[in-house]
Design a protein around this ligand. Structure first.
Ligand SMILES: *[C@@H]1O[C@H](CO)[C@@H](O)[C@H](O)[C@H]1NC(C)=O
Length: 247
């Protein structure tokens, strides 16, 4: 298996070693033929694309993830983005210009790569994203966003980027291999997508996948080879998310 969690730690090997069985270390030492490609190849996001997008700092600059404001006091991200210290920055396409909010508690969805971060204050000037209640059909086009690396060995994007991806069945990563499961990094239900105008990579973890402005997925895994992505299903987690953010 060669899917990678998209979280970035300070060191790629460290990041890879921390995660579960779906990961190999190939990316760290053997850049593929697509090394020159930008990861979220797409393009910079505009302010109206995802005003609820949140940059997640892990352990004071040692790593980062992406996420979404889903209620005034809650940000949704990937469970594998959890760290000793997490802070949330939102309100600007350039995360360095956003405002940082402290996290007071965290809730992890059972058996799914989904984490809710409770903020120490309500964000009242940014509308939270609406959660999808049904999974998109095969062939649907979605927009994925994040501050992830712009090449497999590259740097984090200072600016939020977006790309389109298309809901698909998992494909073998290399000829002769079996197709991976349609499950996220923790075995939860996942939406699988083919690359479109780009694909997601480390640091995009936890970031939004949107269809018609609704949050359908939370970035969990990506294949270096097929460039397919696995997003935890928001519809499957809808009841759990709603219960927590109302509590
Ligand atoms: C997140 O990480 C912290 C620090 O390692 C840990 O105490 C906590 O149990 C983890 N999970 C959640 C849901 O907070």
């Amino acid at each position: 298996m060669t899917r990678h969690t998209l979280r970035l730690a300070a060191c790629l090997i460290g990041s890879v070693a921390l995660v579960s069985t779906v990961v190999t270390q190939a990316i760290a030492t053997t850049p593929g033929p697509d090394e020159h490609l930008r990861v979220v190849d797409g393009m910079p996001a505009t302010p109206s694309d995802a005003p609820f997008a949140a940059y997640i700092d892990r352990n004071r600059g040692q790593g980062w993830c992406s996420g979404s404001l889903v209620a005034p006091q809650w940000v949704l991200t990937a469970a594998h983005c959890n760290a000793s210290t997490v802070t949330v920055t939102l309100g600007h396409l350039e995360y360095a210009k956003g405002r940082t909010v402290q996290v007071t508690s965290r809730q992890e969805s059972p058996n799914t790569d989904v984490l809710l971060l409770k903020l120490d204050q309500a964000v009242t000037d940014i509308a939270p994203v609406t959660l999808a209640t049904t999974d998109p059909a095969l062939g649907s086009s979605m927009t994925v966003l994040g501050w992830g690396k712009t090449s497999p060995t590259g740097q984090r994007s200072p600016v939020l980027r977006k790309a389109t991806m298309t809901i698909a069945k998992p494909r073998p990563e290399k000829p002769g291999q079996q197709a991976p499961d349609a499950t996220d990094n923790k075995g939860g239900a996942a939406l699988v997508s083919d690359p479109g105008s780009g694909w997601i990579w480390q640091g995009d973890s936890g970031g939004p996948a949107l269809i018609d402005g609704k949050l359908v997925g939370v970035a969990s895994l990506s294949s270096q080879f097929s460039h397919q992505a696995w997003h935890s299903s928001v519809a499957t987690n809808h009841a759990w998310i709603t219960k927590i953010i109302k509590s």
